[in-house]
Design a protein around this ligand. Structure first.
Ligand code: PLP
Length: 433
C-alpha cells in the first residue's frame, strides 16, 4: 500500500517522519527497509524492547479468551494479578491500584482521589495543587494545568490558574553543588514558601516527577531534596504525588525512581513502561488509608470504560515478569552507567554540549550556546534540528525537546530499551558523533 499524498492525521507537529514497518528488540525498520536503533524507546515506553515473544504470547493467550471485560460486570484475572504485583512493588501502604489507559488519565485520577479524600476527611477547603516549573504531567485539561511549561499551559489561563508552580531544582545552573544536602534543602524550601504564601489549609497536593522526563531532560534532584519535600508535605497535611509515568518501570535502575532516595509518596502514577508499548495502560497507586476514606464516604467517582481491560493487564503482567526474569533493572543501571560515561566523553569533545545527566537508562544531554555561561542555544542556531536529522540519517532515533527559551534548555533524551547492551551503546554514540 503506498503512502497517501496528503496525510489526514492531525498531530501537534507538521513534520512527516518515515513510515514504520516493523520493530524487534531495540531496532525499528521503515517501509523502505532502513533500520533505526530506538534510542528513545518510543518516548520511554518500550522499556523491554519491541516484539518480546513472551509478552506477545501472553497477549495472544488472553486474546483467545476475552479481549474485554467491563469492570461493572466482571472481575478479570489479569487485572487482579497485575494489581497484586504492582502493590508488591510499590512502597509500603500503597496497595490500592486503579487502572487507567495512560499517563494523563492516571494524573487526573490522582488529583480527583486527593480532592475526594480532602472532602471525606472534612478538609474541603483544600483544592490547590502545586507543581514544578518546568514539568510535564500530560495533555488533558487538568494535567495541563499542572504542567510547568508556559507555552503549553498559558492558552488555558485563567481557566486553571489555581495551580501555583515552584521552580525545579537546577543546581548546576545556579552554581550550587548537587551532592550537598544544603542544595536539596534550598530548593525544597521554595515549596514551603509557596505553601505559606498560598495558605497551607487550601493546599491539597504537591505533584513531582522524582526524576524529570522530557520536561527537564532527565533532571535528577539534588541530594536531600526529595526527603525534605516529603517532610514539608507531611507537616502541612498535603498529599505528595509522584508522577513516575516516565521514570517508573525500571529504566532508572530502580522500579520506581523515588526508591533512589527511599522516599514514599501518598499516591503514585505510572504508565508508559508499565505495559511497555504492548498496550495502552496506566495506573494510580494510592495509600490504603486514602482509598478507605474515599470509599467510606461513598465511593470513588470514576468511569473510564477501558480501565483495567484484560488485554492491557495481561501485557502489563508479562512485562513485569520479563523485567524480573531477565534482570533488566540491573542491566538498565549497568548499561546506563556505560552510556553516561560515553556521553561525557562526547561532552569533552563538543563544547556545544552543556550538560549530561540522568540515572540508569533515562539520560539526557543539553545543547548550549556557551558552556561557561550555560547560555541557551540562540534561536537561529540550527545545531539542534541538524542533530535530529543527523541521527535519523545515521539510523538512530532520539527524543528531542526544544523549549525555546524555557527554563530547561534544549535537550535530547537518550533512553534506549532496558535490554540494550554495550554494543548498542557504541552504535548510539556513533549515531550522534
Ligand atoms: N506525566 C509524565 C511525567 C509524562 O512524561 C507524560 C507523557 O509524556 C504524562 C504524564 C502523560 O502521559 P500520556 O501521554 O500517556 O497521557
Amino acid at each position: 500500500m503506498s503512502r497517501p499524498e496528503t496525510s489526514h492525521l492531525f498531530y501537534q507537529s507538521r513534520q512527516r517522519r518515515p513510515m514504520l514497518d516493523q520493530a524487534r528488540g531495540v531496532y525499528m525498520w521503515d517501509v523502505d527497509g532502513k533500520r533505526y536503533l530506538d534510542g528513545s524507546s518510543g518516548a520511554m515506553v518500550c522499556n523491554i524492547g519491541h516484539s518480546n515473544p513472551r509478552v506477545l504470547g501472553a497477549m495472544r493467550k488472553q486474546m483467545d479468551k476475552a479481549t474485554f471485560g467491563y469492570r461493572l460486570h466482571f472481575e478479570t484475572e489479569p487485572a487482579e494479578f497485575l494489581a497484586a504485583k504492582t502493590a508488591s512493588l510499590a512502597p509500603e501502604g500503597l496497595d490500592k491500584v486503579f487502572f487507567v489507559s495512560g499517563g494523563s488519565e492516571a494524573v487526573e485520577s490522582a488529583i480527583k482521589l486527593a480532592r475526594q479524600n480532602a472532602i471525606a476527611i472534612g478538609e474541603a477547603g483544600r483544592y490547590k495543587v502545586i507543581s514544578r516549573d518546568p514539568s510535564y504531567h500530560g495533555c488533558t485539561l487538568g494535567a495541563l494545568a499542572l504542567t510547568g511549561y508556559a507555552p503549553l499551559a498559558d492558552p488555558f489561563e485563567p481557566m486553571m490558574r489555581v495551580m501555583p508552580k515552584i521552580p525545579a531544582p537546577r543546581a548546576y545552573l545556579d552554581g550550587l553543588d548537587p551532592d550537598d544536602e544544603a542544595t536539596g534543602r534550598h530548593y525544597a524550601d521554595m515549596l514551603e514558601q509557596k505553601i505559606l504564601a498560598e495558605d497551607p489549609e487550601t493546599v491539597l497536593a504537591f505533584i513531582v516527577e522524582p526524576i524529570g522526563g522530557a520536561s527537564t531532560g532527565a533532571l535528577v534532584p539534588p541530594r536531600g531534596y526529595m526527603r525534605r519535600i516529603r517532610e514539608i508535605c507531611s507537616r502541612y497535611g498535603i498529599l505528595l504525588i509522584h508522577d513516575e509515568v516516565m521514570s517508573g518501570g525500571g529504566r532508572t535502575g530502580r522500579f520506581f525512581a523515588a526508591e533512589h532516595w527511599d522516599v514514599d509518596p501518598d499516591i503514585l502514577v505510572i504508565s508508559k513502561g508499565f505495559a511497555a508499548g504492548y498496550a495502552p495502560l496506566g495506573a494510580m497507586v494510592a495509600h490504603k488509608d486514602i482509598v478507605a476514606n474515599v470509599l467510606d464516604a461513598g465511593g470513588f467517582l470514576h468511569g473510564f470504560t477501558y480501565a483495567g481491560n484484560p488485554l492491557a493487564c495481561a501485557a502489563g503482567l508479562a512485562v513485569v515478569e520479563e523485567i524480573e526474569r531477565e534482570g533488566l533493572i540491573r542491566n538498565a543501571a549497568d548499561t546506563g552507567a556505560l552510556l553516561k560515561s560515553e556521553l561525557n566523553k562526547l561532552m569533552d569533545r563538543y563544547s556545544i554540549i552543556g550538560d549530561v545527566r540522568g540515572e540508569g537508562l533515562l539520560l539526557a544531554f543539553e545543547l548550549v550556546e556557551d558552556r561557561a555561561t550555560q547560555q541557551p542555544l540562540a534561536k537561529e542556531l540550527n545545531a539542534f534540528n541538524e542533530l535530529v536529522d543527523i541521527a535519523y540519517e545515521n539510523g538512530l532515533i532520539i527524543y528531542s525537546r526544544r523549549t525555546r527559551g524555557g527554563h530547561s534548555g534544549d535537550h535530547f533524551l537518550i533512553a534506549p530499551p532496558m535490554i540494550s547492551t554495550a554494543d548498542h551503546v557504541g552504535e548510539i554514540i556513533e549515531g550522534l558523533d
